[in-house]
Design a protein around this ligand. Structure first.
Ligand SMILES: [Zn+2]
Ligand SMILES: [Zn+2]
Length: 420
């Protein structure tokens, strides 16, 4: 097929503004359903939470008793600061070098469309999967997935799919090796709040809210530095340390012209996005938080806006095995290599993805977005993906789908799952 047609379908998807907090899911769903129709793929869309639709495409395998393969992507994207972009973020402009600029070009409309295009090519070639393949498009990921993947993973619809392995998003790789992720850091979105005596802006006294808050910020910052230093020294990868970033500060007494300047406020708060490696000592971090970061004796309280578990329902660390106990790992590498792709070492994803909800069920879930030789621009201004790289990724997914859906395995674990 003419590559420019393939690219134009990708650009069409990118032009649908699905930015949080008001994603145009309706248009995205219509687009995906139309694509499914054009390749005669079974498709259904449904909502678990009102206004937040899922689309599930199904390519039935010749042996529907085998656990299925699920290719998963989210349709929503993060917001943009329009004025900071060189090209409008929802126009999918292609420059002379072939770079496609759009919000979602890396995270992760590329992957969703590559899943679809790979199926399109394979169907056209006459390939028949043995395992059933699902291509799933989900809402809500960028705001935590609580109305998306979290509820889906717990739904009858998902149980009926009898999924054996999940492929979700990864990250671009600045070098020639694709990156592959077997787990991810656990998000804590933390708000700490200080209270203190209010008073005259000219008075020096102890225990103001802002003084109390700043003592915490200093302590948290020392911890941040100690973690960051290990990355800078090359001792740890990004996903192997605790990241702490301040994302907001809130204090002051508003006035019509800004803030009252001669009044020290009685409340102040700060928000932090914290990401913790699954293998870190979560208990000791919680102690640190209660004793040093937001100690009650300094008039501080804290609240989590987001806090995920690190253990799956069997009480094990919710990470995906990369050794021979998990055939899907080697099969993924095989699929990539057969398409002439290079694969890096298994990594911990530094941010969060919906894959965590499937890992919490004990399912193998792998993060993989085929973007080599590409700067990491997710959530950044001027997010782009080179069109040649996009097209290469489709070939890689064709190869992975072939490898995955043809695998009949010997795995006794799998037949056990079948009986349960
Ligand atoms: Zn994403
Ligand atoms: Zn994202």
């Amino acid at each position: 097929e003419d590559p420019s047609l393939i690219v134009s379908r990708f650009r069409e998807y990118l032009r649908i503004n699905t930015a949080q907090p008001k994603p145009n899911y309706r248009e995205a769903v219509d687009f995906i359903l139309a694509q499914a129709r054009s390749i005669s793929l079974e498709a259904k869309s449904f909502e678990i939470v009102d206004g937040k639709p899922f689309v599930i495409l199904k390519w039935p395998g010749t042996n529907p008793r085998l656990p299925s393969v699920m290719l998963y992507s989210h349709t929503d994207v993060v917001p943009v600061e329009q004025s900071k972009w060189d090209h409008p973020p929802f126009e999918a402009h292609v420059d002379e070098e072939g770079r496609i600029f759009a919000r979602g070009s890396q995270d992760m409309k590329c992957v969703g469309m590559q899943h679809l295009e790979a199926v399109r090519q394979l169907k056209r070639s006459g390939f028949e999967p043995i395992r059933t393949l699902y291509v799933v498009f989900s809402p809500d990921e960028e705001i935590g997935g609580h109305d998306g993947a979290e509820k889906f993973a717990d739904s009858e619809a998902f149980r009926e799919m009898n999924v054996g392995v999940v492929l979700d998003e990864g990250l671009a790789s600045p070098n020639e090796k694709y990156r592959v992720f077997y787990g991810e850091r656990v998000p804590w979105w933390l708000v700490i709040k200080a209270t203190g005596a209010p008073g005259h802006g000219a008075k020096l006294y102890d225990n103001t809210a802002l003084e109390n808050l700043f003592k915490s910020i200093e302590t948290i910052w020392r911890f941040r530095t100690s973690q960051f230093d290990m990355v800078k020294a090359g001792l740890k990868a990004e996903g192997e340390v605790v990241s702490v970033n301040m994302v907001f500060l809130k204090a002051g007494t508003p006035s019509p012209t800004g803030f009252v300047m001669n009044l020290q406020p009685s409340e102040a708060e700060a928000g932090f996005d914290i990401r913790i490696p699954p293998t870190a000592d979560h208990k000791s971090l919680e102690r640190r938080l209660a004793e040093e970061w937001a100690p009650i004796w300094r008039n501080m309280t804290f609240e989590f806006k987001q806090k995920a578990s690190v253990y799956n329902q069997h009480g094990e660390l919710a990470i995906t095995a990369t050794d021979s106990s998990n055939p899907w790992w080697a099969l993924l590498e095989e699929g990539i290599r057969k398409a002439n792709g290079l694969v890096g070492k298994p990594e911990i994803f530094p941010a969060s993805t919906d894959a965590r909800y499937f890992r919490l069920l004990g399912l193998p879930a792998i993060g993989f977005s085929p973007m080599a030789n590409t700067p990491i621009l997710l959530h950044d201004h001027n997010e782009y993906l080179d069109q040649a790289e996009y097209l290469k990724g489709i070939k890689v997914f064709e190869s992975i789908i072939k490898t995955y859906t043809s695998f009949v395995g010997d795995s006794s674990k799998e037949s056990l799952r079948d009986e349960l």
